[in-house]
Design a protein around this ligand. Structure first.
Ligand SMILES: [Zn+2]
Ligand SMILES: [Zn+2]
Ligand SMILES: [Zn+2]
Length: 502
């Protein structure tokens, strides 16, 4: 199947993508927006854990799910979560200097900078005994006075009045590249968020992935885990392609999950594959959105999603099985006309299958003039063998009848023989099933207890109804019984409320 790219060219696609992909998707590293359920299904239930949710039912991240399983899967999930939260907060807490009364962060030997320097000056005596005789005293120089660390929820002191952070947080900030403090806090708050690196793919391919991510977000329908998109990016890097449209869907499938023995595919990341397939489709649609018919009509397979007409399983109309080119063209023309008159695509697809069956019956090089009444009669005989089911055969025969009538009415094929006609050729429908009521239902209906539930006038009406309609009346009967029970329930509730108010 050729792709629209061959028609529009890669330059056309690039220009359209440059117009379409919004600036927030243009970064080399894509950080999904946190408020989008497409990328973030939720956060881990441990409040101190910054990881986004991956284990949906328990609302635990992967790490905490493992910890919960290792703890013996406690049933009191809330209690266990509270303990885990406290443990996590404690682990994150910066330790204080061991000198009694000092709240600076530890720098070395369990002491803050100031006290470590004092201990060194004292000739490094035994630490425990030195700690026993050392008490905290505020620094004499005003600029050396401490203040509380600016880092959110950090209770430690800074090493001087000028320093905004305690010793530990200052070191971390330095290693992070000394960003502005607000940027750094924000980065840390989102450090557990998934990221999708696109810097290893070529700029044109990167733009296609960015478009795919934007499309998923705008569509807002499918959860798109970052790890699966990363898998798709890796596949694209490994493939000898410059655009996702270079390969059709089946070539991609063979690339990512080569069929093994018995044509079975193993280890197939379906979510990653669907991301590529959906992005391919969105790219194709972007290229042909101005005039989808001009692109699809010449093809032997029409993708109904381009017209927003796909219904359930009916996503494609396949004309390839019709070998006679004149017939294929005629069928295509009629399908387009029927679609334009808002006929269900399921009906159109059924009619197409009928005509493909006729085509298989005709010689491969049959001309329009060969579709004679005699040929149609041999087809009808073959149909009786191929389709023993009367309803299928009726639908198939009637499809050809309507097709021939339409072709004549619109003068689509003037060379069609005058006797190419379907008369009353469809087999008659089988007789309707007898109207009877099965024995087990009759026993229930004749049970005096059940009959007592129905008031006498209604019962007389129902008897007439059942005798007249047979099995079809049972549904009505059941409805009446249900209505009766509802009436009784309402009546008793009214009585109760009246007696209580009285
Ligand atoms: Zn967690
Ligand atoms: Zn200290
Ligand atoms: Zn701090």
């Amino acid at each position: 199947m050729n792709t629209p790219r061959t028609r529009a060219g890669s330059d056309g696609l690039l220009a359209k993508l440059m117009e379409t992909v919004r600036p927030e998707f243009r970064a080399e590293v894509f950080c999904p927006p946190r408020d989008s359920p497409v990328f973030f299904p939720g956060e881990c239930r441990i409040p101190a854990c910054p990881t986004t949710l991956t284990m949906g039912r328990l609302k635990l991240c992967r790490t905490h799910h493992h910890r919960w399983a290792a703890a013996g899967r406690p049933a009191d999930l809330d209690g266990w979560s509270a303990q885990e939260d406290a443990r996590l907060r404690e682990r994150r807490q910066v330790s204080a200097c061991r000198v009694s009364g000092c709240n600076r962060a530890r720098a070395a030997h369990g002491l803050c900078h100031r006290h470590a320097s004092r201990w060194n000056h004292a000739g490094r005596p035994l630490l425990e005994s030195w700690l026993g005789r050392t008490l905290y005293q505020p620094p004499r120089k005003p600029w050396s006075a401490e203040r509380t660390c600016d880092f959110p929820d950090c209770p430690r002191w800074t090493d001087s009045t000028d320093a905004p952070l305690c010793h530990t947080h200052h070191n971390r900030w330095r290693k992070h590249g000394r960003p502005t403090l607000d940027t750094w806090y924000d980065d840390l708050a989102h450090r557990g968020d998934p990221k999708i690196r696109l810097d290893q793919v070529t700029p044109a391919l990167r733009l296609e992935f960015q478009f795919g991510l934007q499309h998923r977000l705008d569509e807002g329908l499918r959860f798109t885990p970052a790890r699966d998109v990363r898998r798709a990016v890796t596949w694209a890097c490994e493939a000898p392609i410059t655009s996702l449209l270079d390969w059709d869907e089946s070539t991609w499938r063979d690339h990512v999950a080569p069929p093994g023995p018995g044509r079975k595919r193993h280890g197939h990341n379906v979510v990653a594959f669907r991301f590529i397939a959906d992005t391919r489709f969105a790219l194709e649609h972007l290229l042909i959105a101005d005039d989808p018919w001009a692109d699809q009509y010449p093809r032997d397979v029409w993708d109904l999603r381009h017209f927003a007409l796909a219904e359930g399983e009916t996503r494609y109309l396949r004309f390839g099985p019709i070998a006679q080119l004149w017939l294929r063209e005629l069928v295509k023309r009629r399908c387009r006309w029927r679609i334009s008159t808002n006929i269900s695509v399921k009906t159109v697809a059924q009619s197409l299958r009928s005509l493909a069956h006729l085509s298989a019956h005709l010689p491969a090089h049959a001309a329009p003039a060969d579709l004679t009444r005699a040929r149609i009669e041999t087809w009808l005989a073959a149909l009786a063998v191929d389709y023993p089911d009367v309803f299928t055969r009726r639908a198939t025969v009637n499809s050809l009848g309507r097709f021939l009538a339409n072709a004549r009415a619109h003068d689509w094929q003037p060379v069609l023989p005058r006797d190419a006609i379907i008369y009353n050729d469809a087999p008659p429908p089988p007789p309707a099933k007898p109207r009877w009521i099965s024995e087990h239902l009759m026993r229930q209906m004749e049970n005096p207890e059940n009959l007592a539930l129905i008031s006498t006038p209604l019962r007389l009406d129902l008897e007439v109804l059942v005798k007249g309609c047979g099995n079809e009346a049972t549904g009505l009967l059941v409805d009446q019984l249900v209505a009766k029970r509802v009436d009784q329930a309402l009546e008793s509730r009214c009585r109760r409320s009246l007696s209580s108010s009285g």
